[in-house]
Structure formats: C-alpha cells, structure tokens
Design a binder for this molecule. Structure first.
Ligand SMILES: [Zn+2]
Length: 105
C-alpha cells in the first residue's frame, strides 16, 4: 500500500512539475500555441522546431533550460536553447518551421 501511495505521489508530482513548467514557458513566449513545439537555436545558429516537454526528454541530455541534442539542420550534436517566438523575424519563423526533428520529446 505504501508503495502505491509513493508511486501516485511521484506521478502527481511529475505531472504538476510538467504543468507548471509548460505554463512558465508559454508565458515567456517559448511555446508554439496549442502544441508541444518549441523553436530552438543551436550553438551554430541553426533554427529548427522540436518537441519540448519539461522534465521529459528521450532524445536529449537536459542542461537546465538548454539541451544537448542532434541538430537536424547542421546534422551535428549541439547545445540548443528555446527562442521566444516574438523575437524571431518572419523569415526566421519560416526557417524554423521548415525543419522539425523527430517527433518524440
Ligand atoms: Zn546546428
């Protein structure tokens, strides 16, 4: 019984963390509305779209608000950071929308 209660507490805690972080990212303009997508920029300046679920990542090494993952534009591994959508020009938004990496968080 204690194991079940502990498991439920962990699931509720992770769910709450994901909900809070998603809201924080949305308020900062980092989330594409209505999706789990985020525009990111790698260390070499490439822009692309990726799925970004706070506290959950299977394709990247988490580094706080950055991640180390494969850049599908330059085809290299790099640290990537979310970019606020309102800080991108129309051309940059189109550039990021053209390339979406694999569809897992
Ligand atoms: Zn790159």
């Amino acid at each position: 019984m204690a194991l079940l209660i502990g498991l439920v507490a962990v699931v509720v805690g992770v769910g709450l963390l994901v909900w809070l972080m998603t809201g924080w990212m949305r308020r900062r303009g980092l989330k594409t509305p209505g999706t789990s997508d985020v525009v990111v920029r790698c260390d070499q300046g490439h822009l692309f779209t990726t799925i970004w679920v706070p506290a959950i990542s299977f394709k990247a090494v988490r580094l706080g608000m950055a991640r180390y993952q494969h850049c599908p534009v330059g085809k290299h591994w790099s640290k990537v950071r979310p970019v606020p959508i309102d800080q991108l020009s129309d051309a940059e938004r189109q550039e990021a929308a053209r390339v979406h990496d694999i569809h897992i968080p």
